[in-house]
Design a protein around this ligand. Structure first.
Ligand code: 5GP
Ligand code: ZN
Length: 135
């Protein structure tokens, strides 16, 4: 089902302009309007769903397969040095459009992107405690 207020549903339906680069039965890939780097693609399921927590596993699988296809394509055609896949789930995690999507972000040796955290060794007891909560 689509959401009449969702910009990505409108893009999927062709009611809003976009630069589509791939489509299949379950997914659509199009260029991000504010690219983080050259070739930044978004992959969405055709079906409207809010985020990672709610997406149907088959749509998730199809979205990741399209993301891999796009990662391969940017690698082959754009001379990229690497690729990041990113999903933002929830506003605290930077989600701004509430139709599940995966960012395919080509990486270049001289690009300005940086890890959003500073890696530092954690407290083993805290790691063990949270691991217990997750088992
Ligand atoms: P989020 O922050 O939810 O992970 O990512 C939303 C992405 O959608 C952003 O990277 C933003 O640039 C992109 N975006 C927002 N509105 C539009 C639009 O109308 N068209 C396209 N192609 N991308 C959009
Ligand atoms: Zn939608």
């Amino acid at each position: 089902m689509r959401d009449p207020d969702c910009i990505f549903c409108k893009i999927v339906a062709g009611e809003l302009p976009s630069q589509k680069v791939d489509e299949d039965e379950r997914t659509v890939a199009f260029m991000d309007i504010s690219p983080a780097t050259r070739g930044h693609v978004l992959v969405v399921p055709r079906e409207h769903v809010r985020n990672l927590l709610e997406v149907d596993p088959e749509d998730l699988q199809a979205t990741m397969a399209t993301a891999q296809r796009m990662a391969r394509r940017v690698s082959e055609r754009l001379g990229v040095a690497g690729v990041n896949l990113l999903n933002a789930c929830g506003s605290a995690a930077w989600q701004t459009v509430w139709h599940f999507h995966v960012h395919v972000i080509p990486r270049y040796e001289d690009d300005p992107l940086r890890l959003p955290w500073i890696p530092a060794e954690g407290d083993p007891a805290e790691i063990e405690a949270v691991a217990r909560e997750l088992r």
